[in-house]
Design a protein around this ligand. Sequence first.
Ligand code: TRP
Length: 451
Amino acid sequence: MVAEREQWGSRIGFILAAAGSAVGLGNIWKFPYLVGENGGAAFIILYLICVLIVGLPVVIAEILIGRTAQKNPVGSFRKLSNGNPFWMGVGALGVFTGFIILSYYNVIAGWSLGYVVESIKGSFQNLESPTMAGELFTQLSSSGQWAVLFHGLFMILTMGIIYCGVTKGIEKASKIMMPILLVLIIILVIRGVTLKGAKAGITYLVKADFSVITTKTVLLALGQAFFSLSLGMGALLTYGSYMSKKVNLPSSALSIVILDTLIALLSGFMIFPALFAMGLKPAQGPSLIFNILPVMFNSIPGGYFFRIFFFLLLSVAALTSTISLLEVITSFIVDEFHISRKKTAIIFSCIVFLLGVPSALSYGSWSSFKIFGLTFFNLADFLAANIFLPLGGIFIAIFVGWFWGIKNALPHLKEGAEKFPNYCSNIWSFLIRFVAPVLILLVFLSCLGII
Ligand code: TRP
C-alpha cells in the first residue's frame, strides 16, 4: 500500500523549512569571507542583484515543478515531461548531487558541532593568534577520529529528523531551530557592533568600492546566490512537493529568499565589525570561521559564551540544511522504490556517512590522496557546487521556460495566488527564459575555466 503524501501543516512551516534549507554554512561561513575578499559592499550589491534576477525566479520555478507534480525530483520531471528520459535524467542528477553535497557538507557541519564541544571545554581560551588557532584546527580536522566522530554524530542528528517525517520531523525541527538561529545571530550582531572600534567594519560593509569588481566577482556572486538558496538539485522541488496548492507560491518564495538574504547580511554584520575591532584583516578566506573567530572571541568581553553561541548557531544552520539534502534522497527512494521512510532514512544515512569518510579524512591521513590534483573533499565540492548545481539550474530554467512552457506553468503558479499581477508573471517569464539560463551558463563556463 502506498501511503498518502504528507503535506506541510502550515504555510509558515513550509517557509521556515525551506528557509532552513537555504540558510546554512553558505550564509555564515562562505558569504562573509567572499565579501571580505571581494570588496565589501560592492560585492554585497552584486550579490543582491543576482539573487533578485536569477535566484528568485529559479526558486519559484523549482518549487513550482515540485508542487505541481507532488513527487520527488525524478518523479516530478517524469510526470511533467510525460516520461521523457532526458528530463528524468535531470531529476536523477539532482538526487545524485544531493548525495555528494551531503557527504562533504556534513563533514563541515560536524566540525562546527565539534567546535561547540571544544568551546565548552575551553580549548580556545589560551590561544593568542590565528596561527595558533590554525594549528589547533589542523590538529583537530586532521585527526581522523575527531572528524569522523563528529561527522557521524551530525549524520545521526540529520537522520533522526528525517526519520520522523515531513511534519513531525522537518517542519517541527525548523519551527524550533529557525527562531533560535535568529535570536543567536541577533545577539552576536549586537555584541559585534557595540565593540569599541567596530565602526570601521560597518563602514566596510556599507561603503561600496566598485573598482574592485571584475567579471570573476560577478560570477562568484551568482554562484554563491545559487548555493545559498539551495538551488539546482531538487531540494526546493522536493519541499515544494509537500506544499498545498492553496498556498501562495510566489509570496512564499519571496519570503524564503528574503530570509536567506537577511541571514547572510546579518552574518556579515556579526563578523566584520568584530573583526575590525580586533584589528584583524577582512580577507581571510575559508579559514575565517575556524581559525580567526575562535581567537577573536578571546578579546571580547563574555567571549567564552559568545563563542559557544556562535558555533551553536553554525550547527543549527547546518542541520536545517543537511535535513533538506537527506530528504531529497529519501523522497526519491520512498516514491520510486516504495521502501518505508524509516528504513530509507537509516540505510541512506549510513551510505552517505561512508561516502563522507574520505572527505573527513581529506584534511588528515588522506590529504595526499588526490584525484585530478584535488583531495576527495575538494573534488566532491568542485563537482557538486561548480558543475552539477549550475547544470541543474540551467535545466530547471529551460524546462519551465521552454519545454513545459510558461503557458502551461502559469496556471499552476497562480493556484493559491490568484491575484498575482500580470506584469509580475511577465517579468518572471522573461527572467526564467532568457536571463537565468544565459547568466548561469556564463558562471558554468567560467568555473570550468573556459571563459
Ligand atoms: N543552502 C545551504 C547553505 O547555504 C546549503 C544547501 C542545502 C544546498 N541544500 C542544498 C546547496 C541544496 C545546494 C543545493 O549552506
